[in-house]
Design a protein. Structure first.
Length: 323
């Protein structure tokens, strides 16, 4: 709270490159939407990666660790006036910045009433913030889960508030090995999103334990710290900024491999949908998928964008969406 509320006043105050890693180029729709966001909100943005999934019209979205609200105001435009975006952050100063500009953005977007709200609270305790079970279509998070000491509690709460078929789409920082106590207790490294980074294998075990589908890797980019003193403390540990998607797929759905055909009806992705690192769906093309991917597509907001039928998956598809 002190680091993000007082010590950092703008993105240029960051002491490493961890929070400025870009995962992939932004679409024109996203670039255009960014131009409508207030300069103070953008200046106090400390996220990494990309947390803008596809097929968002009229969705209810929860942003964990929303900070000054940049992603919330971006998503506000993409879900439309009938959708809704809730931002939760533990740093009161950041939430105040976000709230201050609600009227500005609603006027800019031409909305008659706000479709965004900001709550001061903890992502490990969303119930305390008044967020009900199964109340959101999508949960996003941009480089903040590493700041939570209890990652399991964060994923458990995200699973709770998601509707059946809902998705957690999030960017965060991971490490190639468990971190030493010296690194984990370093104040600046924690604030810079490195000391709290999750060992990547642990994400898979926690996701399974909580009830999510296997993590689907979307993008990954190595992180260069860019600070000699901090690099000396980190030693041979390596970090990566990665975007994953997890789905809340309930039992009793699809049980075997299948074949899917994308109908091209997602705005901005009409010709092809790059779903994750393993699956790219081109309009009208038959793609073999494993049982888990078939279940994800059938139970989620993507269901009416695909023709899904039973079929024998080839060997490549059997690897699933894990990577």
């Amino acid at each position: 709270q002190d680091y993000y509320g007082k010590e950092l006043q703008k993105s240029e105050d960051l002491k490493t490159n961890a929070c400025i890693t870009s995962s992939r180029p932004l679409s024109k729709v996203v670039r255009d939407a960014l131009e409508h966001i207030h300069e103070e909100v953008v200046a106090r943005y400390y996220g990494c990666g990309l947390v803008i999934p596809e097929c968002l019209s009229s969705c209810r979205i929860l942003d964990l660790g929303c900070g000054s609200g940049r992603d919330c105001y971006l998503l506000s435009q993409l879900v439309g006036e009938q959708g809704h975006v809730t931002g939760v952050d533990m740093t009161e100063g950041q939430v105040e910045v976000a709230k201050k500009h609600i009227a500005y953005h609603m006027d800019k977007f031409g909305y008659r009433k706000p479709n965004v709200e900001f709550i001061h609270g903890y992502m490990e305790k969303l119930g305390d913030a008044g967020l009900a079970d199964e109340s959101y279509d999508i949960v996003i998070s941009n480089c903040v889960i590493n700041l939570a000491p209890d990652k399991r509690a964060v994923l458990r709460e995200a699973f709770r508030v998601l509707k059946p078929g809902g998705e957690m789409y999030f960017s965060d920082i991971y490490t190639d090995q468990p971190l030493s106590e010296t690194i984990r207790k370093h104040r600046v490294l924690w604030g810079e999103c490195l000391a709290g980074a999750l060992y990547w294998r642990d994400l898979y075990s926690i996701a399974e334990e909580v009830g999510f589908s296997s993590p689907c890797l979307v993008t990954a980019s190595p992180i260069t710290v860019g600070n000699k003193e901090l690099e000396g403390i980190i030693g041979d540990c390596r970090f990566v900024s990665a975007t994953f998607r997890l789905f809340k797929v309930l039992g009793g759905g699809w049980t075997g491999p299948g074949q899917v055909i994308y109908n091209g009806r997602i705005v901005g992705h009409e010709r092809e949908l790059v779903f994750d690192a393993n699956f790219t769906f081109k309009e009208g093309e038959v793609v073999d998928v494993d049982a888990e991917m078939a279940a994800i597509l059938q139970s989620s907001r993507f269901a009416d964008k695909f023709l899904i039928r039973a079929g024998r998956a080839n060997a490549a598809a059997l690897q699933g969406c894990c990577c």
